[in-house]
Every structure is written in structure tokens, then in C-alpha cells.
Design a protein around this ligand. Structure first.
Ligand SMILES: NC(=O)c1ccc[n+]([C@@H]2O[C@H](COP(=O)([O-])OP(=O)(O)OC[C@H]3O[C@@H](n4cnc5c(N)ncnc54)[C@H](OP(=O)(O)O)[C@@H]3O)[C@@H](O)[C@H]2O)c1
Length: 253
């Protein structure tokens, strides 16, 4: 069965990926993973391929065991994997709860790495891996310190994995958008100790469309929007201390 697997498919970018990839004529089955099963089941009305909802809390080790067993039972031919489950909290490191700091690391780093590792044996030539990083991966980000550091991991992991997988014809790409209007922003604002400056918002459709085009072009990083591709260049040209100062000025800090 030609299968697409999408984590974080109950909302935002994951849902958009599930719909875009799950409606490709060549795809037979889409496994959609998140905690809210009813949201996953709703995808049956918008996705052409067979939707298989897997209700899993990926921050728990037992969920990763369940996923491993599910793969072993079904032995799918995975043509695309999207790791979109993730969250971020804005706020000072001292104020963020330890459970949120660990939660971001468990989901954004540990689960993403484990899902990738467990899925790879079921992928072959032409396989695509979309790893949801963030624009915050390109620079240290005060008041989103832990989140940005998890995304720097995703960027580094995804790019080096892409090199390792070259000989197998599997392509891993970090998707690094700036702000996207999704439920992410509600959870991110839980602590309310930063007045966040939003320069502009992208839609999930724009980000996913760009990512799918960049995948076809063989890129290992996808950034949506000409403005943010230019800003990424600036993060390479200027010292990070300077770039952080601009960000802090924008946040009135
Ligand atoms: N929105 C932005 O501005 C933005 C910008 C750059 C990068 N990103 C990244 O893009 C990815 C997708 O974010 P989004 O904007 O689409 O956010 P979102 O709408 O909040 O979606 C997050 C998804 O992750 C799932 N999830 C959260 N905790 C989970 C857990 N413990 N186990 C399994 N699934 C879990 C959620 O499903 P359930 O709640 O049903 O479990 C949901 O489907 C994230 O990695 C985020 O860091 C977002």
C-alpha cells in the first residue's frame, strides 16, 4: 500500500499536508496521527485516499511502541512522512513551567527523531520526509529560547539526514516557515509575558504548497515567502548577537 504518514494531522500544517498529499492520485492510504481522534476522522471527508486515524500522544514512550508495532503489522510502503506534531511556548525561561520545557523537547525533538527512525525501514527510492522546523531555527530566539533550540535541532537533523539518505534516494527537508495562522499561536501565548510582534502571517496552504514545490526541486530547507527567504540570508550575514537585538527590540524587551 502506497502510504503517507502525517503526525500533527488534526490541525494546522499537518492537516494541510494530509489533505494535499492524501489527494495525490498515487497515494492509497494516509495514516494521520494526533491526540484528537475525532479531528483525524474528519479528514475522511476531504482526503481521497483511505484515512487511518492513529490516536497517539507522541510525547509518551508507549505511543512510540504502539507506532512501531503498527508499522510491523501493516508493513506499509511509505512514500512520504510528515513530522508536523509540535508546539511552542513564548515566555522567559524562568517563567515557563518545566513540564512545558520538557514537553517541547519530548515532542519537537524526541518524538520527531523516533518517528523518523522507526519509519525509515518502510521507505524506499523517491521517499519524501518533511520535517517541520521553523524560521526560529535560524537564530537563537530570546523569549522563545527552548522552542527555537528544538527547531535548530530539527534543521540540523533534517539536513544531515538528507545527506545520509542520498544513496537510498530518500529526500529529507526541513520546512521552516515564519508565523502561520494556526492553533499553534493560541498555545504559544499561554504565558503572556511577551508582547509578540508579528510581521506577517502565512496560510497553511502557502507553506505546504511551497514545501511540496521545494521537495520536487531537491531543496533541503523550505522557507515560504520572498521576504523571509531574504531575512534568512540576513541571519547568515549578520552576527547572531545583532539579529537577537533586533528581535528583542521588536518584542519591546
Ligand atoms: N504556526 C506557526 O506559526 C508555525 C511556524 C513555524 C513552525 N511551526 C511548526 O509547525 C508544526 C505544526 O504546527 P501548526 O502551526 O500546524 O500547529 P497546530 O495547529 O497547533 O498543530 C499542532 C499539531 O500537533 C499535534 N500535537 C500536539 N501535541 C501532540 C502530542 N503530544 N502528540 C501528538 N500530536 C500532538 C496537534 O494535535 P492534537 O492536539 O490533536 O494532539 C496538532 O495536530 C509544529 O512543529 C510547529 O512548531 C508552526
Amino acid at each position: 500500500m502506497k502510504t503517507v504518514i502525517v503526525t500533527g494531522a488534526s490541525s494546522g500544517l499537518g492537516r494541510e499536508f494530509a489533505e494535499a498529499l492524501g489527494n495525490l492520485p498515487s497515494v492509497e492510504e494516509v495514516w494521520v496521527i494526533a491526540r484528537r481522534k475525532e479531528r483525524l476522522e474528519e479528514l475522511r471527508s476531504t482526503v481521497g485516499a483511505t484515512v487511518v486515524p492513529l490516536e497517539l500522544d507522541l510525547s509518551r514512550n508507549e505511543s512510540l511502541d504502539t507506532y512501531r508495532n503498527y508499522l510491523a503489522d501493516r508493513t506499509p510502503q511509505v512514500v512520504a512522512l510528515v513530522n508536523a506534531a509540535g508546539y511552542g511556548c513564548m515566555g522567559e525561561v524562568e517563567n515557563l513551567s518545566l513540564s512545558d520545557q520538557r514537553g517541547m523537547i519530548d515532542l519537537n525533538i524526541t518524538a520527531l527523531t523516533a518517528i523518523t527512525k522507526l519509519t525509515l525501514p518502510y521507505m524506499g527510492q523517491g521517499g519524501e520526509i518533511y520535517q517541520l522546523g521553523s524560521f526560529s531555527a535560524f537564530e537563537p530566539l530570546p523569549y522563545m529560547s527552548v522552542y527555537a533550540a528544538t527547531k535548530a535541532y530539527v534543521l540540523s537533523f533534517s539536513r544531515s539526514l538528507n545527506r545520509e539518505l542520498k544513496s537510498r534516494g530518500i529526500h529529507s527537508m526541513a520546512v521552516c516557515p515564519s508565523w502561520v495562522r494556526t492553533e499553534f499561536l493560541d498555545r504559544a501565548a499561554t504565558y503572556r509575558d511577551v508582547i509578540v510582534y508579528f510581521d506577517r502571517f502565512y496560510t497553511p496552504k502557502q507553506v505546504v504548497g511551497r514545501a511540496m514545490r521545494d521537495m520536487k526541486r531537491g531543496k533541503d530547507v523550505s522557507v515560504c515567502g520572498a521576504k523571509h527567504r531574504f531575512l534568512r540570508l540576513l541571519t547568515k550575514l549578520f552576527p547572531h548577537r545583532f539579529v537577537m537585538s533586533i528581535w528583542c527590540f521588536q518584542q519591546k524587551k
